[in-house]
Design a protein. Structure first.
Length: 693
């Protein structure tokens, strides 16, 4: 086989070489393997023999070393001096008291330095030793003045330490190791158990939250910071309760306080010189704490109890702040901000359901109140519209001499205003009320748009990643925030709007009956018609699906009947009292032309209609009611002679006062002869009588 060739598999050997070559390759490989085995065997055998020789040498050296050590030990034992009594003599009482006072002073000085360096746990331990020293020296009833001075100094340091501990406990920026040190220091200084220290932490945090929320600046930032502090506190409690706090307290009891290396090495305490003079009970003092092991259910109950108190304070502040918010968009912005704070830590926060429920209840309650208040503004607007009818408005003629002879540049605006007044019954009070109504409709539409935007917020990106068992709760929260709440707000707005529109309809209906009962002038009727026209059209256009104003048609018909009756009443008073006597005739009239009396009747009717309400009031239904009443009056046998003089007058007036309801009425035979000519004449002259055309 070629030494350069490398064969990696048996398939390659058979594919690249013939059978004889393959057999030769196999023989070479077997020979090489046998030779390598022999080399390996001889190499291992030689190494093993060397290893055995080294082991024998080590055993021999160990034996010689033991022999030498035994010999040296015997020599040392033979050369030692005679035994003497090494027990020290008891120090004097004054010396012991002086040493304790000196150590007490050094503890006070060192505690001040440690407190300044924010080493609260070491400071608390020294205060415990100081307390023991004060008690020990006080029992001797000597050195009262120095002892009293040092006692006061230790008390002052203790108060400073507790203030610093409280500041650490209430700070939202304190890390768990710092909090554990602070709790341990509190337990050491106050002889409190771990449960009492934890209760102290709970109370401090709750009072801090209440002070923050009760601040006078009760703004959105205050409420948001309060919620953030509450969530952070619950996270902190969760990380401290249980094993961390138990281990921290247990570490304080591992060895005596003065046996700690940190104190033995402090030069400021000088324990090397004073140690022998310190009473043994102080040397060996180990702090004792009552241990309380809480079960998971007890931990959960404690956290929920604290959260309920915190939620009560947060809810009061939230409701107080919400009461100052008058706009729905600001409430929704606050809602978004609060959930932005809660959701990123939602599933890791104990008692999360209580917090979320309180926030939701407060926000929904305020939104419900604002929506109902916003919708109820329609009542105020309608009242203004109805009260606008108390102000009488008179319109000058478009052909008024002053207006007609004034320049275009100086009086163009006045002319336009007069045209609007004649066409649409322009009234300043109505215009203001109409603007208020349009503004209200716009605000309702804007509120609906705000609710539509709630579903576009990506709440899923803000919610903390849940565990597998919390996945359904996460889905439900997202659904509530984006869909359920939005649908609820829309339904509240819809029901409130429906109620407001029904109230509007009933108010207008009630107002429509008042002119009939009080027999007032037509000014109120015309203003009421304008109000109905202005409001109903705007409301139907803005809220087409909320109501159809079914009773409004009957109201308008009644008002039209009132106007028509008043119009004919004035026409009759004008013609039948001041007109020509019945039976008086006019001679030499052209053929197929009405008499001046008939012509003046129509002209007077138009003047009366204009005086009553202007052209905006006289819609087709209103004009039809006037024509029906007018026909009934002037074609009555007892009144006919006051309004017409011949058959052509009758035919002409029939054409002028024709309506869809009068198509079945048949004139007399004389009038039928002139029907076609009267119709043609009416066609040529009807534009002279604007409302009747």
């Amino acid at each position: 086989m070629d030494p350069v060739t490398t064969i990696t598999s048996w398939e390659q050997a058979f594919e690249s070489h013939r059978i004889p070559e393959t057999r030769a390759i196999e023989k070479q490989l077997r020979t090489s393997a046998t030779r390598d085995k022999e080399k390996l065997r001889s190499l291992v055998g030689g190494s093993y023999r060397d290893l055995l020789a080294t082991a024998d040498l080590i055993v021999a050296l160990d034996k010689r070393t033991r022999t030498a050590e035994d010999h040296l030990s015997s020599i040392s034992h033979a050369c030692r001096p005679p035994e003497q009594d090494a027990s020290p003599s008891s120090p004097s009482a004054d010396k012991v008291i002086l040493a304790q006072l000196q150590l007490l002073q050094r503890c006070a000085t060192t505690s001040t330095v440690l407190l300044r360096q924010r080493k609260v746990l070491q400071c608390a331990r020294l205060l415990v030793i100081s307390r023991l020293l004060v008690k020990s020296v006080g029992d001797q009833e000597v050195a009262s003045k120095p002892l009293e001075f040092l006692r006061n100094k230790i008390g002052h340091i203790r108060r400073q330490l507790l203030r610093q501990v409280d500041a650490t406990l209430i700070s939202p920026h304190s890390q768990p190791p710092d909090l554990l040190e602070a709790l341990s220091s509190y337990s050491l200084v106050t002889n409190a158990s771990s449960a009492d220290a934890l209760a102290h932490l709970f109370q401090l945090r709750l009072e801090k939250l209440q002070r923050h929320l009760d601040s006078t600046s009760n703004s959105t930032a205050v409420v948001g910071e309060g919620l953030r502090y509450q969530v952070a506190s619950l996270q902190t409690f969760k990380s401290l309760i249980g094993r961390p706090l138990t281990e921290a307290v247990a570490n304080l009891q591992k060895r005596p306080i003065l046996a700690e290396p940190v104190f033995r090495d402090m030069e400021s305490l000088n324990l090397d010189r004073l140690w022998v003079l310190i009473p043994s009970d102080i040397q060996s003092f180990v702090p004792y704490f009552k241990r309380t092991v809480l079960s998971p259910d007890e931990i959960k109950a404690k956290l929920e109890a604290w959260s309920r108190d915190a939620c009560a304070a947060l809810t009061r502040a939230l409701e107080k702040h919400l009461s100052n918010l008058r706009d729905v968009d600001r409430v929704l912005e606050l809602r978004k901000e609060l959930y932005f704070i809660l959701l990123p830590l939602y599933f890791s926060t104990p008692a999360r359901n209580e917090i979320q429920h309180q926030i939701k209840t407060a926000l929904n309650g305020r939104l419900d109140s604002l929506l109902r208040s916003q919708v109820s503004q329609l009542d105020t607007i309608v009242t203004k519209l109805l009260n606008a009818g108390n102000t009488k408005t008179r319109y000058n003629s478009l052909w008024d001499s002053e207006l007609a002879h004034s320049g275009v540049n100086s009086s163009g605006g006045r002319f336009v205003q007069q045209v609007k007044a004649h066409h649409s019954g322009y009234h300043e009070a109505l215009v203001k009320a109409s603007r208020s109504l349009n503004k209200w409709i716009t605000s309702i539409k804007a509120t609906e748009g705000l609710f539509e935007q709630l579903s576009r917020v990506r709440w899923r990106d803000m919610v903390e990643e849940p565990d597998e068992e919390d996945e359904e709760e996460a889905i439900q929260i997202i659904k509530d925030l984006s869909q359920t709440d939005s649908d609820g707000y829309k339904e509240t707005l819809k029901s409130s709007l429906h109620t407001a529109l029904e109230t509007y309809e009933s108010t207008v209906t009630k107002a429509a009956t008042e002119p009939e009962k009080a027999n007032t002038e037509t000014e109120g009727v015309t203003m009421l018609l304008r109000s109905i026209r202005m409001t109903s059209s705007a409301l139907q256009e803005g809220f087409s699906g909320s109501t159809n104003f079914s009773s409004m048609g009957k109201v308008v018909v009644k008002l039209h009947e009132t106007l028509a009756a008043e119009t004919i009443k004035k026409l009759a008073a004008s013609n039948e009292e001041a007109g020509k006597k019945p039976g008086q005739t006019v001679t030499s009239l052209p053929e197929n032309m009405p008499s001046p009396r008939a012509f003046l009747v129509l002209q007077k009717l138009c003047e009366i209609m204009f005086d009553i309400g202007g052209t905006d009031i006289w819609s087709r239904p209103a004009v039809s009611r006037v024509k029906d009443h007018c026909r009934a009056r002037i074609f009555a046998a007892e009144h006919r002679s006051w309004y017409m003089e011949n058959a052509f007058d009758e035919a002409y007036l029939l054409q002028a006062l024709k309506t869809t309801s009068s198509s079945d009425e048949k004139p007399n035979a004389d009038a039928l002869l002139h029907e076609k000519a009267a119709a043609e004449y009416w066609t040529r002259t009807k534009l002279l009588f604007g409302p009747l055309a």
